[in-house]
Design a protein around this ligand. Structure first.
Ligand SMILES: Cc1cc2nc3c(=O)[nH]c(=O)nc-3n(C[C@H](O)[C@H](O)[C@H](O)COP(=O)(O)OP(=O)(O)OC[C@H]3O[C@@H](n4cnc5c(N)ncnc54)[C@H](O)[C@@H]3O)c2cc1C
Length: 499
């Protein structure tokens, strides 16, 4: 530990989404106190996937002061209102993890308890009848709407889809405009300080040396600093999330751009469809233990919206996290810090929270071991909470058609998730952990969507008579349908951004 060391020279290794997000936020918030250099290698390139996001992305863009229309235009972006999960519970079944709220918020008792009682009374409502996001998504509608007019109900929550390569370029222009220096070249050697073991210098193949006080490892799956240099160690979660491969391929767009991501389960894995303005991003995620590359390729190519625009590209990965996200004077952000498969589009969010956390902990004169440990503890909790949410989708499947899905349904799960499932199964209750990314409504949707129907509902619901309950639900259903119906088409919003 070097208590009084100033961290004025920050070196970011990597110019993918993680590198440029880190550079943009650091320069925007700390640019007057620190010097930022970013090293990236054109020869190595970027992973080039990661095109679907979640609503906190809006906060990040707001922190940078990014104009939304310019962002949509320059990244060929579209709106995302949720993720449609098809065939996940069983073949032919589908549900949405829709962003935003559902129904009406009541203190002490979540809205879904009212719906649960209506189910017991056979009133015939679908839970998603009360989701404005779902209703708008189905009709391909979108508008900026914070609150529903005339009633005290929340409006639409949304995120974006964008082209990963264009997004990195967009942030590069932003960061360089504010003073970040970019150095092109491949790092061939990392020099450590003999006494402290901290990283001192990156030596490029050209011989150029880049010195720094603090290094941010955004080298992606290469993990050049945090792992290959500092041997920080990896916590492997592949026994819970067995996918270790993805094939990615872009294709021509469908006739109509859906304002949501599609996640389609197949016999030996699942496929993403991310609609952009100029193409659809597709990928097939699978475990090499259960599915060959040839089978994956055949499944992917047989299920595209349009003509493939390239050969499918394979990406291999391991699910889990770096044991310490901050080790010595290296902080890992992005794929170098760990990876949770893209089912709930959480990686870019983890980049944003990772760099925001670093800014909160940013040392003025030295950093203590206790601060680094606290940073690492917070990162660990965040990763674990997201991990549990993703495992839920696999564990609760009722497909039974292949060994892959049968093994997922039979696997042991983390105790934290088992407890959550049991509490929900028994009484319909679900509690969001402190600072947890996914809301109670997100958990409810996936649990219900995967067929986990609670045995009971909250007694507070019995305060309403059956007639009152029917009235409440009818009103809410009508409000969501009418509000969504009045919105303009999503395409109209995109066209407006392009003007
Ligand atoms: C199959 C798949 C699908 C995904 N889908 C989503 C999604 O829908 N939503 C989401 O939020 N996330 C998704 N992700 C995650 C997302 O792609 C990444 O979090 C994001 O792209 C960040 O990547 P990165 O910047 O860490 O790595 P990369 O993009 O790989 O960048 C690494 C950088 O390091 C540089 N570099 C490496 N070694 C050296 C060296 N020796 N010298 C110089 N430079 C070097 C490279 O040149 C590059 O610039 C997905 C990931 C995968 C694998």
């Amino acid at each position: 530990m070097q208590q009084n060391k100033a961290y004025q020279n920050v070196v970011i290794l990597g110019g993918g989404t993680a590198g440029w997000i880190s550079a943009a936020l650091l320069v925007k918030l700390l640019g007057k106190s620190i010097r930022i250099q970013l090293v990236e290698s054109d020869e190595i390139g970027i992973v080039g996937v990661g095109e679907a996001t979640i609503p906190p992305m809006l906060n990040f863009n707001a922190a940078l002061g990014i104009d939304e229309a310019a962002f949509i235009r320059e990244t060929k972006g579209t709106i995302k209102l949720g993720i449609q999960f098809e065939n996940w519970r069983k073949t032919g079944d589908s549900y949405m993890h829709a962003f935003g709220s559902i129904g009406k918020e009541f203190p002490s008792c979540s809205f879904h308890h009212f719906w649960l009682r209506s189910q017991q009374l056979n009133m015939g409502y679908d839970y998603w009848d009360f989701s404005l996001n779902y209703q708008a998504a189905l009709q391909h509608k979108f508008a900026h709407l914070d609150r529903i007019e005339g009633v005290n109900l929340p409006g639409l929550a949304y995120a974006y889809h964008f082209d990963a390569g264009l997004y990195a370029q967009f942030l590069r222009r932003f960061s360089e405009g504010l003073g970040v220096s970019r150095i092109e070249g491949k790092v061939s050697q990392v020099v450590l300080d003999e006494l402290s073991g901290e990283v001192k210098t990156l030596v490029l193949a050209s011989g150029q040396q880049v010195h720094g006080d603090l290094f941010i490892d955004c080298s992606g799956l290469h993990s050049l600093l945090i792992e290959k240099t500092l041997n920080t160690g990896f916590e492997d979660w592949s026994h819970w999330l067995p996918a270790d491969s993805a094939l990615a391929v872009p294709c021509g767009s469908a006739a109509q751009i859906t304002p949501y991501t599609r996640s389609i389960a197949h016999g030996k894995g699942w496929q993403w469809r991310i609609p952009l303005q100029h193409r659809t991003g597709n990928g097939f995620v699978y475990s090499s233990k259960y599915c060959t590359d040839e089978e994956a390729k055949a499944t992917l190519l047989a299920n595209l919206d349009g003509e493939p625009l390239a050969e499918p590209r394979k990406i291999s990965f391991r699910t889990g996290r770096r044991r310490k996200q901050w080790h010595r004077n290296v902080v890992s952000i992005g794929l170098s810090s760990g990876f949770l498969e893209p089912l709930e589009s959480t990686s870019i969010h983890l980049i944003q929270t990772g760099i925001m956390r670093l800014i909160k902990f940013f040392p003025n004169h030295g950093i203590s071991d206790a601060e680094r440990e606290e940073f690492n503890r917070q990162s660990k909790v965040e990763f674990e909470q997201i991990r549990d949410f993703i495992i839920l989708h696999y564990k609760m499947n009722d497909r039974g058609d292949t060994q892959f899905w049968r093994d997922c349904a039979a696997m042991d799960i983390p105790e934290s998730l088992a407890r959550k499932i049991e509490v929900f199964r028994h009484s319909g209750r679900v509690f969001r952990e402190q600072d947890e990314l996914f809301s109670e409504i997100a958990w409810q949707q996936v649990m219900l969507g995967q067929g986990l129907i609670p045995q009971d509902y909250h007694p507070m619901v019995n305060a309403l008579s059956e007639v009152q309950l029917q009235e409440l639900l009818q009103n809410l259903q009508a409000i969501m349908q009418v509000t969504a119906g009045r919105m303009p088409p999503h395409q109209q919003f995109i066209d407006h951004c392009l003007r």
